[in-house]
Unconditional design. Structure first.
Lengths: 114, 110
């Protein structure tokens, strides 16, 4: 158990809908990262927040957005969903500002868009 | 372009048959190389971090090594419970975030 929690575990929705994925980092960790994992693409970095502020952006679509709240939990919002958004979404956390710190991953949310 | 390439894509071993997984990288200004284990449908589980060429780390039957161009994950006398996908990731380069390889799927048969 990494100490990172994610809800829900599974999500089934329809194209065009909007969903919110939630992540709680390990106790004391200030950085939260979001990743998408699909069968053909592997793990792709989406976005990082540090202590409430956006710190780095990867291949995140404009339809996706995230935020980190004062209690350090984070939410990833996915809107206008398409079939291709079906994937595993992982949250990871690390302690501080050093980007090369070890990231600890949560159990993931499996999203299925029908 | 920063890249992390893992080989082989899949590896089947008999229990007790030692082998190595390879991770080659072209990442400018490598700050760290990470190994994770991932079971189907679960989140990656941290194994090792290596920071500089020549560094080695061990944990049970696993040993990770790092050179200036690649890293190896050596598995000694594997057991069926070592079956998983092993992911290599590098931090550094132009993008400033963790770049993952596609993984090596290891199957260990009793």
């Amino acid at each position: 158990d990494s100490g990172v929690t994610q809800t829900p575990k599974h999500l089934i929705t329809a194209t065009g809908q909007r969903v919110t994925l939630r992540c709680s980092p390990r106790s004391g960790d200030l950085s939260v990262y979001w990743y998408q994992q699909s069968l053909d693409q592997g793990l792709q970095f989406l976005i990082q927040y540090y202590n409430g502020e956006e710190r780095a952006k990867g291949n995140i679509l404009e339809r996706f957005s995230a935020q980190q709240f004062p209690d350090l939990h984070s939410e990833l919002n996915l809107s206008s969903l398409e079939l291709g958004d079906s994937a595993l979404y992982f949250c990871a956390s690390s302690g501080g500002l050093a980007d090369w710190e070890t990231q600890y991953f949560g159990p993931g949310t499996r999203l299925l868009v029908l | 372009e920063d890249q992390v390439t893992q080989s082989p894509e899949a590896l089947r071993l008999q229990e007790g048959e030692s082998s190595s997984l390879n991770c080659s990288y072209t990442v400018s200004g490598l700050r760290g190389l990470f190994w994770y284990r991932q079971d189907p449908g679960k989140g990656p589980e941290f194994l090792f971090t290596l920071y500089s060429a020549g560094e080695e780390k061990e944990k049970e039957r696993l040993k990770a090594t790092l050179t200036k161009k690649e890293s190896f994950l050596h598995i000694t006398a594997p057991k069926p419970e070592d079956s998983a996908t092993y992911l290599c990731a590098c931090y550094g380069g132009s993008q400033g975030n963790l770049i993952f390889g596609k993984g090596t799927k290891l199957s260990v048969k009793p």
